[in-house]
Design a protein around this ligand. Structure first.
Ligand code: SAH
Length: 279
């Protein structure tokens, strides 16, 4: 690869780069992320960033963990932000590495604003978000011309740990044919119940994708009416993305990982040909 011609930026001492590491598969890192890993003096990373990605850092790069461990509460967000400021003020090249995209339910904006108020130079490197790239690995496109021209990304986890309030479930149920939920496993019964109460069908397809893009990836296909029970019975574990909507049916045609393992794919998973013939 002709790396020199890419003109990738030089990591200046005393600055912070806020970088998305993607959903897990190291092959989904951007060139900017790899460039950051190769130059950083110190790496501040979250629980969702895996070893294979961390191992791309310089051998002498200091690694600081900023996620949940052993059931202990996660460090207070303000403390993480202040830690980034302090490390930069010490003149280090600080790489803040986050799962997925730093600006998608990742509190990247809060950390960047703390850098702004301390006048620390920074750069944002977007990453592939689990709710898009993770679903693509499962063979589920978030939009498809025959099913939806809108998609809603929602967090199932409010500030205090409960179902987020302030969500207009009637509007979501009516206006968003496809709903992608992050951090939703704990409150899935309440969320599915709210959507059905606002008119979404119990038989609507749902997929739950755990550890998307990683070797331990697991997928449960279910329905809105059964998803809460199926999640418990399957024992599927977080991190999970939940997707609700007709796009889930496309998996029967687009499960490219399954095809590599011998699954026979259906070229007409939405059954459009028979609809066209009879309609
Ligand atoms: N910034 C991240 C999201 C952080 S919130 C992004 O853009 O992807 C954390 C939530 O993201 C998890 O609870 C889960 O819902 C989702 N998530 C992140 N990585 C995942 C993965 N590999 N597989 C499934 N879900 C994932």
């Amino acid at each position: 690869m002709k790396r020199d011609s890419l003109n990738l930026p030089v990591f200046q001492p005393g600055s912070v780069w806020l970088v998305g590491a993607g959903p897990g598969d190291p092959g989904l890192l951007t060139l900017h992320a790899v460039n950051a890993l190769e130059q950083a003096d110190v790496l501040v990373y979250d629980a969702l960033v895996g070893e294979a990605v961390l191992d791309l850092a310089r051998p002498d790069c200091e690694r600081l963990y900023a996620g949940k461990r052993g059931g202990r509460p996660s460090p207070v967000q303000a403390d993480i932000s202040q830690r980034l400021v302090r490390l930069a003020q010490e003149g280090r090249r600080v790489l803040r590495l986050k799962g997925g995209d730093p600006f998608v339910f990742g509190r990247g904006g809060e950390e960047a604003l703390a850098l702004v108020s301390a006048r620390i130079p920074f750069r944002i490197v977007p990453g592939i978000s689990a709710g898009i790239g993770g679903l693509a690995y499962a063979g589920i496109p978030v939009t498809h011309r025959d099913t939806n021209s809108a998609v809603t990304f929602l967090t199932g986890h409010g500030v205090g740990g409960s179902v987020p309030d302030g969500i207009d479930w009637a509007a979501v149920a009516k206006g968003s044919p496809v709903i992608v939920l992050y951090m939703a496993i704990k409150h899935i019964a309440a969320i599915a119940g709210a959507l059905m109460a606002e008119g979404r069908a119990a038989g609507e397809p749902v997929a739950v994708v755990s550890q998307a893009t990683l070797p331990a990836e697991r997928i449960v296909e279910t329905t809105l009416g059964c998803c809460a029970q199926d999640i418990v019975e399957s024992g599927i574990e977080p991190p999970c993305i939940v997707v609700i909507g007709e796009v889930v049916r496309l998996r029967a045609g687009l499960d490219w990982q399954g095809a590599a393992a011998g699954r026979v794919l259906d070229a007409d998973p939405l059954d459009l040909r028979s609809h066209r013939e009879t309609g």
